[in-house]
Design a binder for this molecule. Structure first.
Ligand code: HQG
Length: 181
């Protein structure tokens, strides 16, 4: 099984286009595993048959925890762009968070704050290494921004659970952001 390809397709289905798979997400972004498996195997299935075992392997085969399985349901933990709002659990953030991005975006962010852009939430990294990897998707030598999450949180900015490396927010004003490198 090509787990990278499968992970990309499930990300697409659960984050961006569930209707293409006739999936209905609940308010937390979960769908029934059986429905997802049927949809994956019924469409253009690339000659593969996905089983529940494969779904349990995806996180293990990756350096990122993109999905969560709970009982008979599965969801993407972050990244959603669908119009229906996915609720996330509120968390107390670590004191400092990071965000890796391009030079051009970094200057705009310092001015106007971190915005979710096409996604439902802003994505922040818990460490510099993770932020570097996020930023390198767009720029070989990304800018790393530092977010004073302790101060932002004390001032009422709300943070939400993503996964072990990702923390989410609705918006982070520029006053809490500085350039690390
Ligand atoms: C930028 C991947 C101008 C922001 C990653 C980013 C992550 C602004 C881009 C997850 C801005 C949005 C999310 C502003 C933000 N002006 N640009 N005011 N505010 N931006 O892809 O954080 O592999 O939606 O800096 O690893 O890059 O898919 O967000 O460059 O965890 O699982 O707008 O997606 O995970 O880009 O990445 P994205 P992101 P997966």
């Amino acid at each position: 099984m090509d787990y990278i390809k499968l992970s990309k397709e499930i990300s697409y289905a659960l984050r961006h286009a569930p209707w293409e798979y006739e999936l209905e997400l609940d308010k937390d972004g979960f769908v029934q595993i059986s429905q997802l498996i049927d949809a994956l195997n019924n469409g253009d299935n690339y000659g593969r048959t996905v089983t529940i075992y494969d779904l349990t392997r995806i996180n293990a085969e990756s350096d990122k925890k993109r999905f969560e399985i709970k009982d008979d349901r599965i969801r993407a933990l972050y990244g959603h762009t669908i119009p229906m709002h996915i609720s996330k659990e509120i968390v107390t953030p670590p004191n400092i968070l990071y965000h890796g991005t391009t030079y051009k975006a970094a200057n705009l962010i310092l001015d106007t704050g971190l915005k979710p852009m096409r996604r439902q939430y802003v994505h922040l990294s818990v460490d510099i290494d993770t932020a570097e990897r996020v930023g390198r998707r767009r720029d070989g030598s990304p800018v790393i921004l530092k977010v004073d999450a302790a101060k932002a949180s004390a001032d009422g900015i709300i943070f939400y659970e993503g996964n072990d490396k990702v923390v989410l927010a609705d918006f982070v004003p520029g006053e809490y952001i500085s350039r690390l490198k």
